[in-house]
Write a protein that binds this ligand. Structure first.
Ligand code: AMP
Ligand code: MG
Length: 404
C-alpha cells in the first residue's frame, strides 16, 4: 500500500497537461496561462507626469522662482511645444512630459498667477516623472506560463494589449456517485435514504479551481448501473467516483472499472481518513475512486485529486504549501498511518496556533466545515504534545473581523 507521498507521486507521474486555447481576456480569470507573456512595448510607454502640477527645468528652480506659463497638457494630449528657459507648462497626471522639462512641481508647491507660477520649493531633476519602461521594458516576461491569471494579471495584460490570451483548456471532470441509499438534492427522501451531497461538494471543489464538473448521477449498487454510469463518466477528461470502495463493500466500483479496461495503479493509500482510495488510468483519463464518507471524499480530493487536476490544467505550482503551526493541546493517534487532522488556526506570538476542530470521525462533517486546515500527523508518531510544531495545509483563508 503506497504512503501518501508515494500515492501522490504515482498520480502525478501518470497525468498529463491538457492542450491550450485562446480566450477573451476577461474569460481568462482563474485560468492557467499556457504561454509566457512578454511586453510588446514599454510600461509606461512614455515619460509622463506623476502629479498635477507644472513641467519645469530643474535648473530654473534652484531657489524661489517665478516662471512664465506657456501651455497646458491635460492627460490624453500630446506634448509638442518645449519648456523654454524660465518657463513652465501646466501638466496633469498621466500627461506626457514636454521636451525640455526634466521635473514636475506638484501644484501644492506652487502659487499660480494669471500667466505665471511661483515655485516655492527647490526642485530636483527627475522628480515626479514616471519614466518610460520603469515598470516593464519591451520584451520583459510579465507573466509565466503555468500561473493562474489573477485580476492584477488581467490589468497588466490589458495594458499590454492582450485581447486574447492563451490558456489551458478547461478540464471536464465527471462525477459518479454510487449507492442505493442516495437521492438527488430536491428529491423525495425516503426511509434509510440520504442526499447525494458528495456529487455537489466534489463539483464545487472542481469549480473552485477552475474546472468544469459534469455530474453524471448515481450508480445503483448493481453491475449494470455501474457499467452504464462509469462508461459515461469515462467520456470526460477525468472521472471521480465516490463510495463503493471500502472494505465490506462488494467493491463494485473497482470490479466494473476493471471490466471497462482501466489500468489499476493502487487501490488503497496509507492515510486516515481516505485509506480506500483507488487510482486508475483508462488511456489518458485518470480515474479516482474516492471513499463515500463525505469528509473522506473531501480530504482525498484536497490532498490527492487537486494536485493532479492542477497539473492537468497546466499549473506549475500544484502542491499545497505547508505551514508550521503550534499545537495548543496534546493529540494522540495510532501509529502506522499518516493522519489528516482537521484543525482551526489562530494567531500566536510567533505564527499559527492549531487546535483540533473536534470529533475527527469521517461521518462528522461539522468539524470539516469548521476546520481552517488539515494538520499532517506523520505515520510513525502517535503522541503530539501541546506546544509541538506540526505541518498544516490551509483549507480556508478566513478573514479577520473588521477592526473597530
Ligand atoms: P460506502 O463506501 O458505499 O460504504 O459509503 C460509505 C458512507 O458514505 C456511507 O455512510 C454512505 O451512505 C456515505 N455516502 C456514500 N455516497 C455518498 C454521497 N454521494 N453523498 C453523501 N454520502 C455518501
Ligand atoms: Mg455504498
Amino acid at each position: 500500500m503506497p504512503t501518501f507521498t508515494e500515492a501522490r507521486k504515482i498520480i502525478l507521474d501518470n497525468v498529463a497537461t491538457t492542450n491550450m486555447e485562446r480566450v477573451a481576456l476577461l474569460d481568462a480569470i482563474g485560468r492557467t496561462l499556457a504561454e509566457d507573456m512578454a511586453a510588446p512595448w514599454d510600461m509606461p510607454p512614455w515619460n509622463n507626469s506623476a502629479m498635477d502640477g507644472f513641467a519645469v527645468r530643474a535648473e530654473d528652480c534652484q531657489g524661489p522662482a517665478t516662471l512664465r506659463v506657456t501651455g497646458y497638457i491635460p492627460a490624453g494630449a500630446i506634448a509638442t511645444a518645449a519648456v523654454e528657459p524660465g518657463c513652465a507648462i501646466k501638466i496633469m497626471t498621466g500627461a506626457p512630459i514636454p521636451p525640455g522639462a526634466d521635473a514636475v512641481v506638484p501644484v501644492e508647491e506652487t502659487v499660480e498667477g494669471t500667466d505665471s507660477v511661483k515655485i516655492l520649493e527647490q526642485v530636483k531633476k527627475r522628480q515626479h516623472i514616471r519614466f518610460a519602461g520603469e515598470d516593464i521594458k519591451a520584451g520583459d516576461k510579465v507573466l509565466a506560463a503555468g500561473t493562474a491569471i489573477t485580476s492584477s494579471g488581467i490589468n497588466m495584460l490589458a495594458s499590454l494589449g492582450a485581447a486574447l490570451v492563451p490558456v489551458f483548456r478547461r478540464l471536464r471532470v465527471a462525477i459518479v456517485s454510487t449507492g442505493d441509499e442516495l437521492v438527488e438534492l430536491g428529491g423525495q427522501i425516503g426511509q434509510g435514504q440520504i442526499i447525494n451531497s458528495n456529487a455537489l461538494s466534489l463539483a464545487a471543489a472542481v469549480r473552485e479551481i477552475g474546472g468544469e464538473p459534469v455530474i453524471i448521477g448515481i450508480a445503483r449498487d448493481n453491475r449494470e448501473s455501474h457499467l452504464h454510469l462509469l462508461s459515461q463518466g469515462l467520456q470526460a477528461d477525468v472521472l471521480l467516483t465516490s463510495a463503493g470502495v471500502s472494505a465490506g463493500d462488494r467493491d463494485l466500483v473497482r470490479e466494473v472499472l476493471t471490466e471497462l479496461g482501466v489500468r489499476q495503479l493502487f487501490w488503497k493509500v496509507d492515510i486516515k481518513p481516505g485509506r480506500p482510495t483507488a487510482f486508475a488510468m483508462k488511456d489518458n483519463i485518470p480515474v479516482f475512486s474516492l471513499p463515500g464518507n463525505p469528509v473522506s471524499t473531501m480530504i482525498t480530493f484536497e490532498e490527492l485529486v487537486k494536485p493532479a487536476l492542477l497539473k492537468m490544467m497546466g499549473r506549475t505550482r500544484i502542491i499545497a504549501p505547508t505551514y508550521k503551526a503550534t499545537l495548543t493541546e496534546e493529540i494522540r493517534k495510532k501509529p502506522g498511518r499518516l493522519h489528516f487532522l482537521r484543525v482551526t488556526l489562530g494567531k500566536g506570538k510567533d505564527g499559527y496556533l492549531a487546535t483540533s476542530s473536534g470529533n475527527q470521525e469521517t461521518g462528522i462533517v461539522r468539524t470539516m466545515i469548521q476546520a481552517d486546515g488539515l494538520a499532517l500527523l506523520p505515520a510513525d508518531k502517535s503522541v503530539f504534545a501541546a506546544g509541538e510544531q506540526i505541518d498544516v495545509h490551509i483549507l480556508n483563508h478566513n478573514f479577520e473581523m473588521e477592526e473597530a
